[in-house]
Design a protein around this ligand. Structure first.
Ligand code: THU
Length: 130
């Protein structure tokens, strides 16, 4: 992974709106158009209404006109490694291929690399609705 993806995730983390959890998270996607799309978690006083960093980045990617996640970096200020939550795994899988790499970062860089298939084997998919 090139350093710019890590830097983008770390910069995005600085934009987190996390006054309730005080747990800022940043995510950065390199998409199929070669561009980097980043996002942070955005919380809400009605707690379930908040959302994670990964869907913010996915939203930026889609609105930027890109279609697929080539690789994605995730960083959390207060965790040495922040594996995407279950819901985010499914959201990433929607725009990834099984071998899409996920980089778990700390403040110095990438600490662990895994694929979405390793993080979410047997993800929900069906031909009935898709
Ligand atoms: N969070 C993320 O942004 N991504 C994850 O994959 C795990 C959790 C956020 C949601 C919430 O704002 C805070 O971290 C604490 O759960």
């Amino acid at each position: 992974m090139s350093h710019d993806l890590f830097e983008a995730a770390r910069t995005a983390m600085g934009f987190a709106y996390a006054p309730y959890s005080k747990f800022p998270v940043g995510a950065a996607i390199r998409a199929d158009d070669g561009k980097v799309y980043a996002g942070a978690n955005i919380e809400n006083i009605s707690f379930p209404q908040g959302w994670c960093a990964e869907p913010t980045a996915i939203g930026a990617m889609i609105m930027g006109g890109a279609k697929k996640i080539v690789e994605i970096a995730v960083i959390a200020e207060k965790l040495p490694l922040c594996p995407p939550c279950g819901g985010c795994r499914q959201k990433i899988a929607e725009f990834a291929s099984p071998s899409t790499r996920i980089y778990l970062c700390d403040e110095t860089g990438v600490k662990e690399t895994m694929t979405i298939n390793e993080l979410l084997p047997h993800s929900f998919k069906t031909e009935v609705i898709g």
